[in-house]
Ligand binder design. Structure first.
Ligand code: SF4
Length: 219
């Protein structure tokens, strides 16, 4: 179990799963670079959180910008939206009759990506909700702005184990304040920190080595 002062941002999970170096640059070295994607993403999240703190439409109660945390994972963050549906196995809500099943929804700027980064983040939110509300949260959804569609995500044991493992490794990397070396891939094209990370420059010969070689060749 983690103490509150050791919590890491839950949003870091997707960075860590996407590229550990990117995560370290942001969360260990506090580097940040805005590009079109991050600005659009920030605006989208602001809009989602601003719509209203909560609203009820028919049988669905939606709470926006809900703060969540988990002592077991050592993570804290915010859910874009948590929808509550009437369900026998749900939890009571203050001022409302009946029982309600929480269903987290995370809004993403682009379209569905390959890999589990987004599902991982959503599953971590669900695990936080389970710990805080003492109920099961078996499913949630990712909404992708570019295709204007929801994708449901089932929080199975494999995904949950991946969340626990990623979170554990993230805490370990943070404890060591370790920034991994550059290991580029096609995914770097989507990275907001590409200019800071300078993968090409880092892969080129060090300046000292270049000068030494040139001097060797001189008369
Ligand atoms: S440019 Fe590539 S290696 Fe560097 S932080 Fe971004 S994704 Fe990672």
């Amino acid at each position: 179990m983690f103490d509150e002062e050791d919590y890491l941002p839950l949003s870091g999970l997707q960075h860590f799963a996407f590229c550990r170096r990117q995560w370290a640059l942001i969360h260990v070295e506090q580097a940040w670079a805005e590009n079109l994607r991050t600005v659009e993403g920030a605006l989208l999240h602001e809009r989602v959180h601003d719509l209203a703190q909560s609203e009820t439409r028919g049988e669905v109660r939606t709470v926006r910008g809900m703060a969540v945390s988990s002592r077991a994972l050592g993570l804290s963050g915010q859910c874009d939206a948590v929808e509550f549906y009437r369900a026998q196995e749900g939890i009571p809500l203050r001022g409302r009759e009946g029982r309600w099943q929480p269903y987290p929804v995370e809004y993403k700027r682009g379209k569905p990506k390959t890999g589990d980064c987004d599902a991982l983040q959503l599953c971590a939110q669900a695990m936080c909700l389970e710990e805080m509300l003492a109920c099961a949260v078996p499913e949630g959804a990712l909404f992708y702005w570019e295709i204007r569609r929801r994708q449901s995500v089932v929080f199975d044991e494999t995904l949950r184990q991946q969340v626990r493992e990623t979170s554990r490794e993230m805490h370990e990397a943070y404890r060591r304040r370790y920034t991994p070396k550059v290991k580029t891939g096609a995914f770097c094209k989507q990275c907001s920190l590409r200019e800071l990370c300078l993968p090409k420059l880092c892969k080129s010969r060090p300046v000292a080595e270049y000068i030494a070689r040139e001097c060797e060749g001189s008369p």
